[in-house]
Design a protein around this ligand. Sequence first.
Ligand code: AMP
Ligand code: ZN
Length: 434
Amino acid sequence: MLFDIRQETLPREDLEALQLRRLRDLCGRIHANVPFYRKRFEEAGISPASINSLADLRLLPFTEKQDLRDYYPFGLFAVPRDHIVRLHASSGTTGKAVVVGYTARDLDHWAEVMARSMAAAGVNHADVVHVAYGYGLFTGGLGAHYGAERVGATVVPASGGATRRQAHLLRDFGATVLCATPSYALHLWEAARETGVDFATLPLRVGIFGAEPWSEGMRRDIEEKMGITAINIYGLSEIMGPGVASECAEARQGMHLWEDHFLPEIIDPVTGEQLPPGEVGELVLTTLTKEGIPLLRYRTRDLTSLDYTPCRCGRTHVRIGRIQGRSDDMLIIRGVNVFPQQIEGILMESEGLSPNYQIIVDRVDNLDTLEVHVEMDENLFADEIRKLQMLEKRLQKNIKEFLGVTARVRLAEPRSIERSEGKARRIVDKRPRD
Ligand code: AMP
Ligand code: ZN
């Protein structure tokens, strides 16, 4: 189902003409209203008038997370504070929070792209949408909320936490759609079992999951356990929140990125050069319509690729591949680069393991050590010790073979790894910072 047939199927030529018009307008606005950008333009020896085609994008300066931190809280806003009707903030794991502000029009656009994402997942006005993303400064809850309302669905603003109660609400209100981080969705499923709510008897049919990395293996696990179709949704607070890109139920091969609002590029994270479609690199996004805090060539740190080939759903907007990791989540273990998701992928190939895992990195005698703790399900847990030891060995061998690092794998008892109400904490890095 398309929410806005005209925009979502705009021929590429028209889409690019629209992008160029909006890009030029954006450059004019930020040059006039944000001293930070005016200075950047001057340093690069360009003016808004230098932008005459989309290819000229590469002349423009990048924006980084650190810039938002340096200008904390409102220094990059492009409108007076009294035009801002909402603030959100992303705490992140390191450093100062990043603050974003929305005008009324920004909120309208956000609801629009989120509604497109919901509709692409197959959600319509007849659905009951249970939102278990956190409500608050985090963009997840309110983002999903207004999108679902725009579609005309019945929204249950559950937020995160009180997980057993949520399981009862799912059943009592007859939720057909669940929005959550994939790790919290699994936590909810476990809590439901404990409190006697059987997912198989619920009308739930779609899950819209994102805000953290997850693998195809985890998708399969969730779909099997919950008996639903799991959809991948992407977004980040700096750019808007959830709904920047989302999968269509028809193909589920990449997430359509709403190109009339966000202009994507993939760059080599080291050289900053643009990479051609299909190649994996860092996603860079320019907000084409944002008024509160427009960002030029924002370096997301998320690694993915672009696919411009036609999608069978008929939407013309480019698709981004599953996020393969964040360049700042990359672990360097004795010189070898490893992403948590690669480890997750290997774990999820084995029967009996749950996607609850933690990666513990430490340094012993000046050498990095890598330990992977992964939970077993009850069946596997009941197995003979000897078999479990063999499985640990096999996983260690696979990690060595596929990723080139030595890891110690420890199978953990069911429910022994800490659950999160939002994004899961996958990495515990105990190495001293030097
Ligand atoms: P936040 O600033 O809290 O909105 O978090 C945004 C970040 O969450 C993104 O930059 C990604 O690293 C991550 N993220 C969001 N959606 C997904 C997704 N579907 N898959 C993987 N990572 C995601
Ligand atoms: Zn599609």
